[in-house]
Each structure stands twice: as structure tokens, then as C-alpha cells.
Design a protein around this ligand. Structure first.
Ligand SMILES: NC(=O)c1ccc[n+]([C@@H]2O[C@H](COP(=O)([O-])OP(=O)(O)OC[C@H]3O[C@@H](n4cnc5c(N)ncnc54)[C@H](O)[C@@H]3O)[C@@H](O)[C@H]2O)c1
Length: 441
């Protein structure tokens, strides 16, 4: 319940009062085309699929600092105080529950509002009790859990993560390979609650928890919200590749002054973020398939904690590319963004879409939600899809499929197969269909 969560909650309350608009949210604002272009069927996504309404939502959660959400929002400094005043009551009413927290995994945060339970399995059980109590107290039918807590130190997968049996044994034996984020994920899945991870740490991205998600038929998604610089990267890189423009190097740097930035100033937490940010280019550019274009490019990512900027992050990208005959060119991107303003609508969409997924009977990794993540989870034998345009198509086509509508491939050839008599010349698709020999001169 830090900057992202307080910005999200304040935003939902403001939108409900008609004081703000949910810009950035596909679930609230985007339309979806159905059928052929000439049919003119373009409903809003929220009118097309049965999503929960904003008025249905109730919020609760844990934090390692015992502040109410109004205090958190003020300290985060994302939304101006005069805006927050309109929803002060709603935010003050949200008090966190004590966290499962261990400073060993988030070294730059002094968590004081913490459950005093030494054993990790017992910590998981305490989280499960919190979840069940909240559900009962509020009279809720369904829940979704999103990890919007600090980035933990980078951990590699190890044998304790490889099966549910090994993981539960690890919980009993307080394995150091199990950080709090995994304990929360385990508690979510045990209570059959859909779960998404907005930070780069592993969370539910281990075989043990995939197994539990499948066993309990729970949808999961992650990792690391795709907001500022990486969103720009996954917009620009597919374009360069589509045009077969080569890359010598891509240098990215950020200055950021919020609590997230302070946590990421610890090299071990930064390592988790760096890995998440670095992986996108290789999978988009496919250097093995295009060694001449992308075989040797240099990719650097930096984040500097710079307090004066608060949540208003500034990202710079310098792209050294080359074109026809290898001649060099450059692109510079300077994105003066606001981290939590970009993340809040992602939190809303994920909550609503994961709830939808659960009701639709989907379980395990939800690759169609890759659109929202820097390190999208996917079946272990597949490469993740990073291209924002493909991710977007995947998301919308999944919604079409869920509602029994035709999937769109945008090839458009069928429009010309259906030409009314005398409406034009024979289209190329028909010529090729007839296997006309292709002549060159
Ligand atoms: N804002 C963005 O654009 C963006 C993008 C991608 C990922 N993220 C990730 O989202 C997360 C949240 O970002 P933020 O800006 O809100 O950070 P923040 O530092 O403001 O909030 C994180 C909160 O998590 C709490 N916390 C830490 N460990 C905890 C634990 N074990 N249990 C309960 N609470 C715990 C902290 O007390 C803090 O209040 C970070 O991991 C960040 O890297 C943010």
C-alpha cells in the first residue's frame, strides 16, 4: 500500500465521484471492434464483457509501514493535496494489516508494522486468515490480490521452488530462498484468489506456485508493471525491427526520487529490476534470427535515486541505429513521466481482467495479460512476447474469444473476396488462390 496503491485507490474514489477520469485504463475507456469493419460494431470493452463495476470494488491489504492510505498518498506526493481532499475520508478508512516482512529481502526499507511470527508456514497461515476475515467482514463474493509492494532482492530459482511439495517443506523449514512475496502468492493461491505481481521479484513465477495455481484453478499473471521507459521501448523496438533497421546500442537512464527509487538504490533490488528491463530488447529483436542487424548491440539500463524528483520520473533513451548500407542514425527519447499515474490504471485493469478470468474458468499463467508487464509470464518452454502491439492484439482477441466473437487477424483479404459484382478489379489474393504462375521480368 505505497505510492501505486494509494494513487490507484484515490483515483477509483475520484472517478466514482465524477471528479476524475480513468485515463490510461483499457477496461474503462477502450472500444473493441467486433466483426467486419463495415458492421460498425465498436462497443466499449466494459460494455462488451461482464466486468465488475467500480462501485463493486472494496479494498484492503497489507503494508510494512502502518500508515493509513491518506497519509501514504500525501507522502507519496503523486496527487495534489486539493485533489486528495475530495476523497480524504475514503482513504483514511483504509488501514493496512500487519505485513509479512523481512528486511533481508528489502534492505533499504525499515518495516515496522510487521507480524511477529518467526515461521514462514505460520506466516502464510496468518495471511490466509487475513484474507478470509476481510472477505467475511465485507461480505465479498470474490477477491483479487496484486503485489504492489517494494521490489525484493534478486533471487535465482532454486530446488525449493521446483515443486509444491518442496516449497511447502521450505515454508515449514524457513528456507531463505522463500521471500515474503512468495509467501503472499502462496496464501493467495491457497485461498483460490487470482494473483498478479507488479514487481520484478519472482513472486508466483516458480514451478511450485504454477502447480498450486493449476491445482486450485486460479489465474496468475506477472511480472513488473510495464509503465514508463519499458513501455516506450516496447513501442519503438518493434518498429525498428519491422523496418529492418539495425541497432548498435540502446542506452537508457532514469532519475527517480520516490520510495521505490530509494529501495532500488540497493544494488540487489536494482539487479531484479535491471534483469526485468534488459530482457525486452532481445526477445523483440531476435538477434539469433537477425545477427547482422542485432547480433552485437549494447544495451545499458541505469536508475538513479534522486530525491528532488519524487514520483515524477525522467527517463532518457539514446538509440544508436543504422540503416541502408550501414549508415548510422540516432533517436533520443526524453520521457517526463509520472510513475504511479502510469501504474494505477494497470492495477485497475488487472484486477478486473483477473476477476473475469476466474469467472471464465481460466487458470494458471494468463499470457493474454502480457500487455501490462515488463517480464510477462508464459509457458516455460516459450519465449515471452514483449511487442506491445502483439500483446494488445492477444488481449483483445482473448476478450473476443471469451465472448464467442470472431478473432481478428487484420489480414483483410476477405473484404476483397466478398466484392459485389462490378465493384472493382480482381484482387491479388484471388489471383494467387488460382495459383497463377508468378512472372518476373
Ligand atoms: N510505479 C510504477 O510505474 C511501477 C512500475 C513497475 C513496477 N512497479 C513496482 O511496484 C511496486 C510498488 O511501487 P510504489 O511506487 O508504490 O512503491 P512504494 O515504495 O511507494 O510502495 C511499496 C510499499 O510496499 C511496502 N512493503 C514492502 N515490503 C512489504 C511486504 N513484505 N509486505 C507488505 N508491504 C510491503 C512498503 O512499506 C511500501 O509502502 C514496486 O515494487 C515497484 O518497483 C512500479
Amino acid at each position: 500500500m505505497g505510492a501505486v496503491t494509494s494513487t490507484f485507490l484515490a483515483g477509483v474514489a475520484l472517478v466514482k465521484k465524477g471528479i476524475g477520469r480513468p485515463f490510461g485504463s483499457l477496461s474503462q475507456l477502450q472500444t473493441i471492434r467486433l466483426g467486419k469493419r463495415y458492421e460498425g460494431r465498436n462497443p466499449l470493452i466494459k460494455d462488451f464483457i461482464p466486468l465488475a463495476e467500480l462501485s463493486d470494488l472494496v479494498f484492503g491489504g497489507w503494508d510494512a509501514l502502518g500508515r493509513n492510505l491518506y497519509e501514504t498518498a500525501l507522502q507519496a506526493g503523486v496527487l495534489p493535496e486539493n485533489m486528495l481532499q475530495h476523497v480524504r475520508g475514503e482513504l483514511e478508512g483504509v488501514l493496512p494489516w500487519k505485513a509479512v516482512f523481512d528486511r533481508q529481502y528489502v534492505r533499504n526499507l525499515n518495516g515496522t508494522f510487521v507480524k511477529e511470527i518467526p515461521n514462514k508456514m505460520k506466516q502464510a497461515q496468518a495471511l490466509i486468515q487475513d484474507i478470509e476475515r476481510f472477505k467475511k467482514e465485507q461480505g465479498l463474493k470474490r477477491l483479487v490480490i496484486l503485489w504492489c509492494a517494494s521490489t525484493e532482492i534478486h533471487l535465482e530459482r532454486s530446488p525449493v521452488h521446483e515443486s509444491l511439495g518442496a516449497f511447502e517443506k521450505g515454508l515449514e523449514e524457513n528456507s531463505p530462498e522463500i521471500p515474503p512475496s512468495m509467501i503472499y502468492a502462496y496464501a493467495a493461491l491457497q485461498t483460490k484468489t487470482p494473483y498478479a505481481n507488479g514487481a520484478p521479484n519472482l513472486g508466483a513465477h516458480i514451478p511450485a506456485l504454477w502447480e498450486l495455481a493449476e491445482k486450485n484453478k486460479v489465474p496468475i499473471a506477472g511480472r513488473d508493471f510495464k509503465t514508463g521507459q519499458t513501455m516506450m521501448k516496447t513501442l519503438v523496438a518493434p518498429g525498428l525491427k519491422m523496418r529492418m533497421l539495425g541497432l548498435h546500442g540502446w542506452y537508457s537512464t532514469n532519475i527517480l526520487g520516490n520510495l521505490d527509487g530509494e529501495v532500488l538504490a540497493d544494488p540487489l533490488s536494482f539487479r531484479a529490476k535491471e534483469k526485468s528491463k534488459i530482457s525486452v530488447l532481445d526477445t523483440i529483436l531476435e538477434p539469433k534470427m537477425y545477427p547482422e542487424l542485432y547480433g552485437e548491440y549494447c544495451h545499458k539500463v541505469r536508475i538513479d535515486y534522486y530525491p528532488p524528483r519524487g514520483d515524477a520520473k525522467e527517463g532518457w533513451d539514446n538509440i544508436d541505429l543504422f540503416g541502408w548500407l550501414g549508415l548510422p542514425m540516432q533517436i533520443k527519447i526524453n520521457f517526463l513521466c509520472r510513475d504511479s499515474i502510469l501504474a494505477a490504471p494497470i492495477v485497475l485493469d488487472l484486477a478486473l481482467f483477473l476477476d473475469l478470468a476466474r469467472r471464465a474458468g481460466l487458470s494458471g499463467i494468463q499470457e493474454w495479460l502480457s500487455f501490462y508487464f515488463k517480464s510477462p509470464m508464459c509457458r516455460p518452454d516459450l519465449e515471452p512476447e514483449h511487442d506491445l502491439f502483439i500483446q494488445h492484439l492477444k488481449l483483445k482477441n482473448t476478450l473476443r474469444l471469451l465472448m464467442g466473437e470472431e478473432v481478428l487477424d487484420h489480414s483483410g483479404l476477405d473484404y476483397y473476396e466478398e466484392l459485389p459484382p462490378g465493384a472493382g478489379t480482381a484482387p491479388p489474393a484471388q489471383l494467387l488462390n488460382k495459383a497463377t504462375p508468378f512472372q518476373t521480368s
